[in-house]
Write a protein that binds this ligand. Structure first.
Ligand code: SF4
Length: 311
């Protein structure tokens, strides 16, 4: 199991060394726009999903890559990792590299979760809906999580946290991308009072086809409804994708035409998140272009065709 990926280039975080704390795809939400696909384990249960010691020892080996940030995220919601506070402490004791946490914010109403994040340098939570109805429509949360609790958590954390707090707001055409919905969001944001508000929209295939992006022009207009105006980060992939994935299915096919690779080889070789590599591999497998072999417990993929045209 590999828990660390990168460093990968991220426009917001520079060279970001990511830590995957949660199994794919475990989350408190099942967002209609999620680019990681449907949540197959929707939960509010916090636990040590992977052994802390294994994560720490793998991280130690990667610190010489000198990243700009160490980013706690994962294939779902990282605050579901019950040892996240201890992990932050352990990272602090090993390096001065700043620590960022990318979270959907759904568990910040829990005192314990807020306390565990206090020593991070930057926390980027998200807010995708300005009221309960839209929250259930867009985020499809675990039944334990209510809109009111989620919003209270975002507000409480801002009042206690001394690090940087950037709030990401993702807008969807025909859902949250309307003037009236953005006004509701802006109203919530005025209660949270984040250091920055960053507007985003869908930029990769979403879980539900009907989750579509707003235009750049609309984003610019919506940004003015926040006080102070929001920043626009539409060409980012959103906090739950963490990084700007640079490679495509075509790059992976080219790589596999040269030599057989594991998922980790692909992810490391192309500087992408392992889950992004898995998504592409699943699609290419469906197209019948790959064969796979297992060697010493590892699965290797190889491209069956020499000339790739359109997978
Ligand atoms: S977008 Fe983030 S919060 Fe929503 S389902 Fe995907 S991983 Fe979970």
């Amino acid at each position: 199991m590999s828990y660390i990926f990168g460093p990968v280039p991220s426009r917001r975080l520079g060279r970001s060394l990511g830590i995957d704390l949660i199994p794919f795809k475990t989350c408190t939400y099942d967002c209609i726009y999620c680019q990681l696909g449907k949540t197959n384990n929707i939960t509010s249960e916090r636990k040590e999903w992977f052994p802390l010691e294994n994560i720490v020892s793998e991280l130690k080996e990667k610190l010489d890559t000198q990243p700009d940030y160490i980013t706690l995220g994962g294939s779902g919601e990282p605050t579901l990792y019950s040892q996240i506070g201890e992990l932050i402490d352990r990272i602090r004791s090993m390096t001065n590299v700043p620590i960022a946490v990318l979270t959907n914010g759904s568990l910040l109403w829990q005192d314990k979760v807020r306390k565990q994040l206090m020593d991070a340098d930057l926390v980027i939570p998200s807010l995708d809906a300005g009221d309960k109805k839209m929250f259930y429509t867009v985020n499809r949360p675990h039944p334990d999580i209510t809109f009111e609790q989620m919003l209270e958590g975002l507000i409480a954390f801002k009042s206690e946290f001394e690090g940087k707090y950037w709030l990401e707001v993702l807008l969807l055409a025909e859902y949250t991308g309307t003037v009236s919905e953005v006004r509701k969001l802006a109203d919530c944001v005025s209660k949270i009072y984040p250091d920055r508000v960053q507007l985003n929209t869908v930029s990769r295939p979403p879980t539900e086809e009907y989750a579509i992006s707003v235009t750049k022009h609309q984003l610019k207009e919506f940004a003015k409804l926040f006080e102070p105006p929001a920043e626009i980060i539409a060409d980012f992939l959103g906090i739950h994708q963490q990084i700007d994935f640079l490679s495509t299915k075509e790059d992976i096919i080219k790589m596999l035409q040269r030599r057989p690779c594991t998922i980790n080889d692909i992810a490391n070789g192309l500087g992408i998140h392992r889950n992004e590599a898995i998504k592409h591999i699943e699609k290419i497998l469906e197209n019948g272009l790959l064969e796979q072999d297992t060697l010493e417990g590892k699965i290797y993929y190889r491209c069956k065709v020499k000339e790739y045209e359109d997978a």
